[in-house]
Write a protein that binds this ligand. Sequence first.
Ligand SMILES: [Zn+2]
Ligand SMILES: [Zn+2]
Length: 384
Amino acid sequence: MSVLHRNRLLVAVHCMVPLLGCAAFAQSQIYWGDVHMHTTLSDGKGDIDEVLTYARDVARLDFAIVTDHDFGSGAPWRMSKETWDYIQEKVDAYTVPGKFVAIAGYEWTSQAKYWTEVGENVVSERLFPGRPKFYNHKNVYFPSRVDLIFSAKDVAYESPDLLAEAVQKAGGLIQNNHPGVGPEERDQWGYSPSFYPVIANTEMGADTTYYNGKSYESGTEKSVRDFLNTGGRTGFVKGTDTHGGKPAARTAVFAKELTRDAIFEALRNRRNYAVFNARIGVDFRINGHGMGEAIDIEGKPQLTVGVRGTAKLREVAIIRDGAVLRCVEPEETLATFAGADDSFGGSSYYYLRVTQADADEHGNLSQAWTSPIWVKNAASERTR
Ligand SMILES: [Zn+2]
Ligand SMILES: [Zn+2]
């Protein structure tokens, strides 16, 4: 993609947020949140007050989603109605529009042992007939009060399709949690395309992570890319999945104001991106349209990229249909470039991946991944 060139005239990064050009982003601001947090209501440390107070006052988040497991080991098999009501009361009490938004959710925690014996040393909790399903976990959250949660241990909601149908009716949203390439994620993506609008986002992350001197091949980005490559639609979020009471900024949303409805509107439209370890400022447009959009264009896609790092940028990569289309190594904190994708074939998705030179205490580099933009040229599709 040699025509994509660094364009020093595009210096909008210095006043990058909000970035303008299309109606959805006009007057939008970036708000930072954590979409995955546990408390003592399941297996986390820190009660819900401590975790929300930490999110608001220490992590300085704009929004936070409480997502305890829908059951607890040794606890009743399903989050009780009393607990769910308590969570909903708490998030309402903490929400002050314009200052901080707390959201009630839970983690739909599907496990293969609900179907049958799954191997040595695993105690079956057989609830459902058939072969074991490895659906992995999904966070479910709602903009307003809902009577009961839809539990992974309830036969009425044991599959992603059954869950999505119920959540859609209740006005909520779902995200795919910690995807990967292991057997535990085998059926993770097995849901109907008709539910792409409600299973709106997925937790994005690096393929390899480091912890206490060891490396782990989770294959997170690969798993997400494989889903996108088969026509799947998802935006990108990230959460800490904190079980230690320490939320942090992991998801950026472009919303018009800091209210629960506006945060949901952004997440529903995938106007969000995932970060790890740093609040990296990212703007990514195609023909003026922003992340999360599906657009029809004439001619070639015109891409514009603006990144404001919190440290030196090691790499800024445009991914098209699962492969790196263009990669720059700025070695400074700002990067802007623009140009056309001359090899565009008529239908592609694009996302931006940013990698900084700084790392957390385990050696994981700070990163950002924007939700994809899906681009189609109806004319070139017709002439194929
Ligand atoms: Zn989980
Ligand atoms: Zn979790």
